[in-house]
Write a protein that binds this ligand. Structure first.
Ligand code: CTP
Length: 130
């Protein structure tokens, strides 16, 4: 049983999110997703997500490529989460390239190319302008 783990906010769920979850799940047998908490998002991105953490977790849990979810409350606890869920592969989008290389002692680290031309931030800007 090969377990894949990934993390993210997944706010205003879009096709880039779907693509990375699909490609991550294809790397193993079980995909676990740590959905960043509202407070973590404020610390990480300086704002509250549009959708709150309960809704974001419900959306991600409903994606057919996802086997289990949990709430990621701290960036510093990644090693703990990886251990707890017995993950074999950590997948991150390549916007994070290099930043998780130190986990390579614990498990395989794979950076997947982001889907071009879509992000939650750009979607919010587009919606604001309409
Ligand atoms: N992601 C992706 N392709 C995109 C956007 C996101 O592969 N076009 C991936 C990210 O690399 C990350 C995961 O989806 O692994 C969750 O990203 P998140 O930060 O929640 O989404 P963004 O759309 O990048 O959000 P923001 O614009 O707020 O940074």
């Amino acid at each position: 049983m090969k377990t894949i783990i990934t993390f993210g906010t997944f706010d205003v769920f879009h096709v880039g999110h779907l693509n990375i979850l699909q490609r991550a799940s294809a790397l193993g047998d079980r995909l676990i997703v740590g959905v960043s908490s509202d407070e973590l998002n404020v610390r990480k991105k300086g704002r509250y997500p549009v959708y709150d953490q309960d809704d974001r977790m419900a959306i991600v849990a409903g994606i057919k490529y996802v086997d289990a979810i949990f709430l990621e409350e701290s960036l510093e606890r990644k090693a703990e989460y990886i251990h707890e869920y017995q993950a074999d592969v950590l997948v991150m989008g390549d916007d994070w390239r290099g930043r998780f290389d130190h986990f390579a002692r614990q498990l395989d680290v794979v950076y997947l190319a982001r889907t071009p031309s879509v992000s939650t931030t750009s979607l919010i800007e587009v919606i604001k302008k309409r």
